[in-house]
Design a protein. Structure first.
Length: 416
């Protein structure tokens, strides 16, 4: 099998020109409501129809829409593009509000700067952005400016969404989930994201899996199979942030070297979205805590600072979606094969081919790897000594042979 090596896809984001989208829409620095999100997403879709697709994921118990927006070139066919997807969501806890403004500014930046900045164009042409400004619009509607507390944290049915996902450590599943949880689960499984971020407030740190481990106490390090990759992803975000890695700028009593923490080592969380994404969706997701005060009193100061502080982090992190072994899995006649397991020697975590065209992306730290594609009914195939380098992807296309096809060929040969 032929491999195509070192197909560099992304230009380092440090050359991106900083621009604050508040210049296009002043209300981005207010505590805008769900109607504003709907209005502006559809406005941008109308202005940039080849880049923006706005979708409702469903209605909450209080009849509010959960809006998602997809941004990429030729967006109407995003499902079939051979491009990695990233999924950035916010406001899972309704009283943690910085992420709402950050994602809305990101939507404006990617669209309004597409024709102004060649690096933005390159990014949007090679990456699919899936953005959800608020997972919990009912909670936000009930929240009030307060630095701590839980008013607005939960859904209108008093459910903490970040304790509401299937737990991979137990065999049973809950009988009932919040509607908001089901919406975001269905969405994540549809869009096949490579990397993800969930934006929160209440600290200043980047958190990575495992969030919880049943055999370890809170305060103990819970290492996932992709620990080295998660540390690299977390540092990519924190070290490019304006202040996250500076311990003196972190919240009172917090001490996070390099601005990162293992979830279980910080405090144990089960049924969280971060671990569920990693296990069930193969989405390598981080939880980004954007600030100590959950719902500050001054929206202008909050949203101005959060965009500037996180600007480089977001684009450096997005570039990591291209640091992969990637390719396509198909039969000899070019039919995509879904459900194939992609295994990397030495890492006890396979990913599953879910893309309708048979594409896959396996993010990894730089190194040399052996990678195998397996599926029941097919002969496995291994590629050895594949090199992964920074900000580059190596293409490994698998053509799998059906065992039944071989058996039929042998029977036919015996008859002849």
């Amino acid at each position: 099998m032929k491999l195509v090596l070192f197909a560099t896809l992304f230009v380092a984001s440090l050359s991106f020109k900083f621009y604050d989208p508040v210049n296009d829409e002043r209300k981005l620095e207010t505590y805008f409501d769900n109607d504003f999100i709907e209005e502006k997403l559809f406005y941008l879709q109308d202005q940039y129809p080849d880049l923006v697709q706005t979708t409702s994921l469903g209605k909450t118990p209080k009849n509010r829409e959960m809006w998602a927006v997809t941004i990429t070139q030729n967006v109407s066919h995003w499902e079939t593009h051979n491009r990695p997807s990233v999924k950035y969501v916010a406001n899972m806890h309704g009283n943690e509000i910085r992420g709402r403004g950050l994602i809305m500014k990101l939507v404006y930046y990617l669209t309004t700067q597409y024709d102004q900045d060649s690096d933005v164009r390159n990014l949007v042409d090679s990456t699919i952005f899936h953005l959800v400004p608020t997972i919990n619009p009912d909670g936000f509607a009930n929240a009030k400016p307060m630095c701590s507390g839980v008013i607005g944290r939960y859904t209108s049915e008093s459910i903490d969404i970040n304790r509401d996902f299937p737990d991979h450590w137990s065999s049973g599943e809950k009988m009932r989930y919040a509607k908001e949880t089901l919406f975001i689960m269905d969405y994540a499984q549809k869009i096949t994201p490579v990397l993800g971020i969930s934006f929160h407030d209440g600290a200043l740190v980047t958190n990575y899996p495992w969030d919880g481990h049943p055999d370890l106490y809170t305060g103990q390090y819970a290492q996932s199979p992709d620990d080295a990759l998660f540390i690299s992803l977390a540092k990519t975000y924190s070290l490019n942030h304006a202040s996250m890695s500076d311990v003196s700028k972190q919240c009172v009593s917090d001490h996070f070297p390099d601005g990162i923490t293992n979830g279980n080592q910080w405090y144990k969380v089960f049924n969280g979205m971060q671990d569920w994404n990693y296990v069930d969706v193969d989405c390598f997701e981080l939880t980004i805590e954007l600030g100590c005060c959950k719902y500050p009193a001054d929206p202008a100061e909050t949203f101005s600072d959060v965009w500037a502080d996180n600007f480089e982090s977001i684009f450096e992190f997005t570039a990591m979606a291209h640091q992969t072994i990637r390719g396509k899995v198909e039969t000899w006649d070019g039919t995509p094969i879904l459900g194939v397991k992609i295994h990397v020697d030495g890492i006890d975590k396979d990913i599953t081919v879910r893309h309708p065209e048979g594409y896959y992306w396996r993010p990894l730290v730089p190194g040399v790897y052996n990678i195998t594609a397996t599926k029941t009914g097919y002969f496995p195939l291994t590629f050895r000594n594949i090199v992964v380098t920074e900000r580059a992807s190596t293409v490994a296309n698998f053509i799998l042979i059906s065992r039944n096809q071989v058996r039929r060929a042998r029977r036919k040969q015996r008859r002849s």
